[in-house]
Design a protein around this ligand. Structure first.
Ligand code: CP
Length: 306
């Protein structure tokens, strides 16, 4: 049987996303299982991580398996060994590979030559594990999530792209409030629009953040300068009006929540008042990475058995 990979949100069909989200709720209630009993999961990191690394490590352990954390810089793949050969070799030792790296193409090449499931733990283009978790967290707060709107404020980055795809697949409207010049790549915008049309969900770009947040049930933001990017004062200035602060939150629906994938640069893209305020769901969101990724690993390795 061919290994199932999760390199972008749309690698799961709509019904499969639902299966994973239902299982995640179950793992949240009963954390221990044996789905990965006797199995090893390689966690390959080429960029820093707190949440992804720790939640995958703990998740594999709680499922009865052994997490094997590897730094990309310490592997031969960053010296001279090809991604393809790395995939072939790791597949002989481990039962799944979780990888965080720069180019989406590298993750695709790894998956193309691996015989075990490969999970994208963030690339420059996508952050699909985060996006599944974001939808899970939104639904936890709003069981009537279908037709509600999430507004993403700030930089059109990997988190925004995967979030928009996950919303389109799960019946949630998404509005990207991004300044001109910081949009998602045109090809990605077209893919998301096509996905939203096929699923009957709203997908919109609104440059004016105060107009964007009207009617929103969640305001979501991410760091303005992503990992691997140089500091850029022009970008920071362009993004400043998109800060997630109390003023913007007040303009959303009264029950609206604040989301952030973390790490946060407090005082830039989000204020202390919002992060620590009563409408913040950011730490639930961080916790939920654990439950959702356990459900995802169980699904990819074992079908939907828990
Ligand atoms: N949100 C997220 O991926 O966090 P880390 O970079 O700490 O893994």
């Amino acid at each position: 049987m061919e290994a199932r990979h999760f390199l972008k949100v749309t690698d799961l069909a709509k019904a499969e996303v639902e299966t994973v989200l239902i299982a995640a709720a179950s793992w949240k209630k009963q954390p221990l299982g044996s789905v990965l009993q006797g199995k090893t999961v390689a966690l390959v990191f080429g960029k820093p991580s707190t949440r992804t690394r720790v939640s995958f490590s703990v998740g594999v352990y709680q499922l009865g398996g052994m997490p094997l954390a590897l730094s990309e810089q310490e592997l031969q793949m960053r010296r001279s060994e090809s991604i393809e050969d790395t995939a072939r070799v790791l597949s002989r030792y481990v039962d799944a590979i979780v990888i965080r790296t720069f180019a989406q193409r590298d993750v695709e090449d790894l998956a193309a030559h691996a015989t075990v499931p490969v999970i994208n733990a963030l690339t420059d283009d996508d952050h699909p594990c985060q996006a599944l978790t974001d939808v899970f967290t939104f639904r936890e707060r709003f069981p009537d999530a279908s037709g509600r709107k999430i507004v993403y404020l700030g930089d059109g980055n990997n988190v925004a792209a995967s979030l928009a795809e996950a919303c389109a697949l799960t019946g949630i409207d998404i509005c990207l409030s991004v300044p001109e010049g910081y949009d998602l790549p045109p090809g990605k915008m077209t893919e998301i629009q096509t996905l939203a049309n096929a699923n009957g969900t709203g997908f919109q770009v609104e440059r004016d953040p105060t107009a964007a947040v009207a009617g929103a049930s969640a305001l979501y933001t991410d760091v303005w300068i992503s990992m691997g990017q140089e500091s850029d004062s022009a970008k920071v200035e362009a993004l400043r009006p998109y800060q997630l602060n109390d003023d913007l939150l007040r303009r959303a629906r009264p029950e609206a929540i604040a989301l952030h994938c973390l790490p946060a640069h407090r005082g830039d893209e989000i204020t202390d008042e919002v992060m620590d305020g009563p409408r913040s769901a950011v730490f639930d969101q961080a916790e939920n990475r654990l439950h959702v990724q356990k459900a995802l690993m169980s699904f990819l390795l074992e079908g939907d058995r828990r």
